[in-house]
Design a binder for this molecule. Structure first.
Ligand code: IFM
Length: 443
C-alpha cells in the first residue's frame, strides 16, 4: 500500500449535472446541457441528465456510502440553474436542496468542497460564454451562494476545467453549446477566466473565511516524434491547455500565438480584465487522467489550432475503456511542469480515475482495470508527496457511475456501480481497495 501523510485528505468527486437528476424539480431551470442533450446525435446513447443517478432524492444514501468507504472529503458542484431564477434572484427550493446535502455531510463528518460551475450554464443567458455579461451574471450567482450557503462551505472552486467549456464547447463542438469556431473558443476562455476573477471578488465581498480556488485540467502533450514540426505542435497544444488558463491567474498576458488565433475578437479583452482575473487564490485543483500526443496539423481546423492530436492505437493493452492511455508518470510530469512555470498555491488533485465498464455479476463488480489504474496513480502520487511536493489531498473521480457528457451513460467512472433501472448502488472492488488504503496506518 502506498503511504501518505496522516494529514492527507481523501475524498471523492461528482458534478451536479452528472448525478443529480431532479431535472425540473423545485424550479430548476434548463442548462445548456439540457438543450444540448435534446439535439439528436449529440449524446452517444441519446440520453440526458434529467434523472441521472437520482442523487437529488438519494443524497442521504450517497453520503452514507461515502462515510462507509472512509471518504472524509466530498467535491461536488452546485447547479447554477437550481439556485438562481431567471431574474437572477435566489431560488429558495434549490438552495434548500444544497442546505440539506451540506447538513447531511456535516452529520457524517465529511468536509465539502463545492465547485460553482461544472459546465451546466443556464440556457436562458443570451450568448452564453461568448457574451461578456455572462461573467457578471456568474459573479451575481456567486454572491448569492456565498450569502446563502457560505457558512457551510469551507472550500470553494469557481470553475471546473474551463478548457472543456471553452474548447470542447466552442471549437471542437462536442460539448454544449456545440459551437465550432476557433476565435470564439478563445473568447469563451477569456470570459470564463473573467468570470473566475469576478466570482472570487464577489465571494470575498461577502465572506473572507472561505478557501477559494479553481480547478483546471492542464495537460502534458508529448510530440509524436522529434521532428521540429511535431515538437512545435505539442507546444501549441500545451499553450492552449495550460497558458490560456494559468497566465491570467498570475497577471501574465496570453501567448502571442493564442492572441493571433483570436483575430479581431482579441479586442474584446479589456486591459482592465487582467487584474480582475489575477485574484490571489488559496488553492488550485488539478484534474489528471492521461497525456496527449501531438503532431503537425494536417487539415484546416487543425492548422487553425496549430496541432493535431494522435489518439492511441485502440489495441494497446494500456488503455482505459474510454480509450485513454494509462500514464501515471504524467501526473508527476504535469505537476512539475506547472510548478516550473507558475507560482501555484497548494495543490489538491481534484479528479483522477478511469472508465471501466465491467458489469455487475452476482451483485459484485470486479473493476480490475480501475483498480490497476488507481494503484498506479496513487503509488505515483505517494512518491510525489514524499519528495516534498505540496499536494494536500486526492479526490477520486467519481463516487458513482454517472452521465459522462457526450458519452451518455456508456462510460462508467464510478467506484460505486449504479444500476440505472433500479438506482441500486454497489461498491466495486476499487472502492473496497480505496477504503483499505485510507484506513491504512499513515506517516
Ligand atoms: O466526467 C468528467 C468530469 O465531469 C470532468 N473531468 C473529467 C471527467 C471524466 O471525463
Amino acid at each position: 500500500m502506498p503511504i501518505f501523510p496522516s494529514s492527507f485528505e481523501w475524498g471523492c468527486a461528482t458534478a451536479a449535472f452528472q448525478i443529480e437528476g431532479g431535472g425540473s424539480e423545485g424550479g430548476k431551470l434548463p442548462s445548456i446541457w439540457d438543450t444540448f442533450c435534446a439535439q439528436p446525435g449529440r449524446i452517444k446513447d441519446g440520453s440526458n441528465g434529467l434523472i441521472a443517478c437520482d442523487h437529488f432524492h438519494r443524497f442521504r444514501e450517497d453520503v452514507a456510502l461515502m462515510a462507509d468507504l472512509g471518504l472524509r472529503h466530498y467535491r461536488f458542484s452546485i447547479a447554477w440553474t437550481r439556485v438562481v431564477d431567471e431574474q437572477g434572484r435566489p431560488n429558495p427550493a434549490g438552495l434548500d436542496f444544497y442546505r440539506q446535502l451540506l447538513g447531511e455531510l456535516h452529520k457524517r463528518g465529511i468536509t465539502p468542497n463545492a465547485t460553482l460551475f461544472h459546465w451546466d450554464l443556464p440556457a436562458h443567458l443570451p450568448g452564453g460564454w461568448l457574451n461578456r455579461d455572462t461573467a457578471h451574471h456568474f459573479a451575481e450567482y456567486t454572491q448569492i451562494v456565498a450569502r446563502e450557503l457560505g457558512d457551510l462551505l469551507p472550500r470553494v472552486a469557481t470553475l471546473n476545467e474551463p478548457w472543456c467549456s471553452a474548447f470542447l464547447g466552442h471549437d471542437i463542438g462536442v460539448f454544449a453549446p456545440g459551437v465550432q469556431d476557433r476565435p470564439s473558443s478563445l473568447l469563451a476562455a477569456h470570459h470564463l477566466m473573467l468570470a473566475h476573477g469576478l466570482g472570487v471578488q464577489a465571494w470575498r465581498s461577502v465572506r473572507r473565511d472561505t478557501q477559494l480556488g479553481i480547478v483546471l485540467n492542464p495537460e502534458l502533450c508529448d510530440p509524436a516524434s522529434d521532428a521540429p514540426v511535431d515538437v512545435a505542435a505539442a507546444h501549441m497544444a500545451e499553450l492552449e491547455r495550460n497558458d490560456v488558463f494559468l497566465n491570467p491567474l498570475f497577471n501574465r498576458e496570453w501567448p502571442a500565438e493564442m492572441l493571433k488565433q483570436m483575430g479581431p475578437l482579441a479586442e474584446q479583452r479589456l486591459t482592465s480584465d487582467a487584474a480582475i482575473c489575477a485574484q490571489p487564490l488559496d488553492f488550485i485543483g488539478l484534474n489528471y487522467y492521461t497525456r496527449s500526443i501531438a503532431q503537425a496539423p494536417l487539415d484546416a481546423d487543425e492548422k487553425r489550432r496549430g496541432y493535431r492530436l494522435v489518439p492511441p492505437d485502440p489495441h494497446r493493452p494500456d488503455l482505459t475503456h474510454i480509450g485513454w492511455e494509462i500514464y501515471p508518470k504524467g501526473l508527476d510530469r504535469v505537476v512539475r511542469n506547472l510548478l516550473a512555470q507558475w507560482p501555484l498555491p497548494p495543490i489538491w488533485i481534484t479528479e483522477n480515475g478511469a472508465a471501466d465498464n465491467t458489469p455487475l455479476v452476482d451483485a459484485a463488480c470486479n473493476d480490475a482495470l480501475r483498480l490497476h489504474y488507481l494503484q498506479l496513480h496513487l503509488a505515483q502520487l505517494a512518491d510525489m508527496v514524499t519528495s516534498g511536493l505540496d499536494i494536500r489531498g486526492y479526490y477520486v473521480w467519481s463516487l458513482l457511475d454517472n452521465f459522462e457528457w457526450a458519452h451518455g451513460y456508456s462510460q462508467r467512472f464510478g467506484i460505486v456501480h449504479v444500476d440505472y433501472q433500479t438506482q441500486q448502488r454497489t461498491p466495486k472492488a476499487s472502492a473496497r481497495w480505496l477504503q483499505q488504503l485510507i484506513s491504512f496506518p499513515q506517516t
